[in-house]
Design a protein around this ligand. Structure first.
Ligand SMILES: *Cc1c(COP(=O)(O)O)cnc(C)c1O
Length: 449
């Protein structure tokens, strides 16, 4: 059955982020019949632990009874309605809930339907804000090396992962790029904090130099997920917030991957006690059920668009499925789980267990670093531990880990040569031990020659 479905799939379906030829041999396509909690099951009864939350979206497990019920209930009432001129309770309650838990001052919620679209919204909104304020010369954005903000042209332009970006460079707006503060680059004896402070200096210099033309700086708070799960100290965000205020540049926080408890707090920005000017949310927003995103803004930005019709100052951006009722209903139910259960506290226990389970990997001869921020733990594989000489990408060591994991019941999906764990929060401690134990065997099998 697996094979029959895979063959039909490959006859017509073009999959994301994939060299389709790989499916002929390197990566057999795996049709999934059902999911339950952290487990996925294929058509031959084999089970896979979803170590990566199905691309970082799932929070409370597959087929979660509470979230299933939220979708079912909403389905009986209203599936969708035009969101211009019309509204509905799920969207209202979700906007209330989001602005209630968001960093203080983010009181306005603009919906879109996926992460990249939220980035487009934030970029347009930032530029348009300055224009409405009579500063139309602020047209540029500043981003970090190794950053990722999605795949549509605007989002790609403000991102920096060469694998996704370089080919399309001729189509993209130009941005300024400052060095990432990620702690992987720290010098001998340097702390994460010192590293972040040192690497803030060039950022500050660029802000100062380009303030007149800069609309916003966009960052992924604390973890550059698609950029090999590189992590940095929260002091960087604090310094960046201060400098953005000083030079009158928006701080755009892309919490699409790190929001909703991934980093140990509900939002990563909390660890720096900052409020960004714009905050982008998606992925975990609906618990991994339906596509939805939101851009949160404060009154100052909202007010700049609030005017008489004939001034033509309104923010006209729209998507057909903006504010979809089913998606809003399941997102509201997801936030309700955070409100009624000690999710963050429970995650602290789980994160500690992940650290304990992964401690054995630290001394592995091909592991350069085991790093962790909350519920994200990453293991960076290298050819040469001492010099950190990387593996040639053509050796596809990560793919070997992926394949070995599948044979042993794990869905891992390394980014390059970085094996990482970002499981749903309903994982148990024994499942964590299983996940990291088997991944350790996969790493051994992938690096033994
Ligand atoms: C996934 C991701 C995006 C893009 O979201 P999509 O829904 O895949 O378009 C943007 N920013 C970050 C940090 C992400 O991880």
């Amino acid at each position: 059955m697996n094979q029959r479905l895979a063959a039909r799939d490959l006859a017509h379906v073009w999959h994301p982020c994939t060299q389709m030829k790989d499916h002929e041999r390197a990566m057999p396509m795996i049709p999934i019949r059902r999911g339950q909690g952290v487990w996925l099951e294929d058509f031959e009864g084999r089970r896979y632990l979803d170590c990566i939350s199905s691309w970082w979206v799932n929070l409370f497990g597959h087929a979660n009874p509470t979230l299933n019920a939220a979708v079912r209930d909403q389905l009986e009432q209203l599936e969708h309605v035009i969101f211009a001129g019309f509204t509905h309770e799920p969207a209202i309650e979700l906007a209330e809930a989001l602005t209630n838990v968001a960093p203080r001052g983010l009181t306005r919620c603009f919906f879109a339907d996926n992460g990249s679209a939220a980035i487009e919204v934030a970029v347009k909104m930032s530029f348009h804000y300055w224009r409405n304020r009579g500063r139309g010369g602020k047209t540029r954005f500043l981003t970090l090396t190794n950053s990722y903000h999605g795949e549509t042209l605007g989002a790609l332009a403000v991102g920096n992962v060469a694998l996704y970006k370089d080919i399309y460079a001729p189509l993209l707006m130009e941005v300024f790029t400052a060095p990432t503060p990620d702690a992987w680059q720290r010098e001998a004896g340097e702390s994460w904090e010192d590293c972040a402070r040192r690497l803030f200096l060039p950022m500050r210099a660029m802000l100062e130099q380009h303030a007149g033309v800069l609309a916003g700086v966009i960052v992924e708070p604390l973890v550059q997920c698609a950029g090999n799960m590189r992590m940095y100290h929260p002091i960087y965000l604090k310094l960046l917030r201060e400098a953005c205020d000083e030079f009158q540049v928006h701080l755009i926080a892309d919490e699409i991957a790190v929001g909703f408890g991934r980093t140990g707090t509900l939002f990563a920005c909390e660890q720096a006690s900052i409020t960004p000017d714009l905050m982008c949310l998606s992925k975990g927003l609906t618990g991994g059920y339906l596509p939805l995103s939101a851009v949160l803004a404060g009154e100052e930005i909202y007010d700049a668009f609030y005017d008489e019709y004939d001034k033509l100052n309104a923010f006209l951006h729209s998507h057909s499925y903006t504010g979809n009722a089913l998606a809003c209903a399941v997102a509201r139910a997801t936030l309700n789980i955070f409100a009624t259960e000690p999710v963050i506290e429970r995650n602290r226990v789980l994160a500690t267990r992940m650290a304990t389970a992964a401690a054995a990997l630290v001394d592995h001869p091909h592991v350069a670093e085991v790093r962790q921020t909350g519920m994200i733990l990453a293991v960076e594989l290298v050819r040469e531990k001492r010099t950190r000489e990387p593996y040639d990408y053509r050796e596809r060591r990560g793919l070997r880990v992926y394949r070995h994991g599948l044979t042993q019941g794990l869905l891992l999906r390394p980014v390059g040569n970085v094996v990482y764990f970002m499981p749903p929060y309903v994982i148990t401690e024994p499942e964590i031990d299983f996940m990291i134990g088997v991944a350790g065997e996969a790493i051994e099998a992938a690096t033994c020659d």
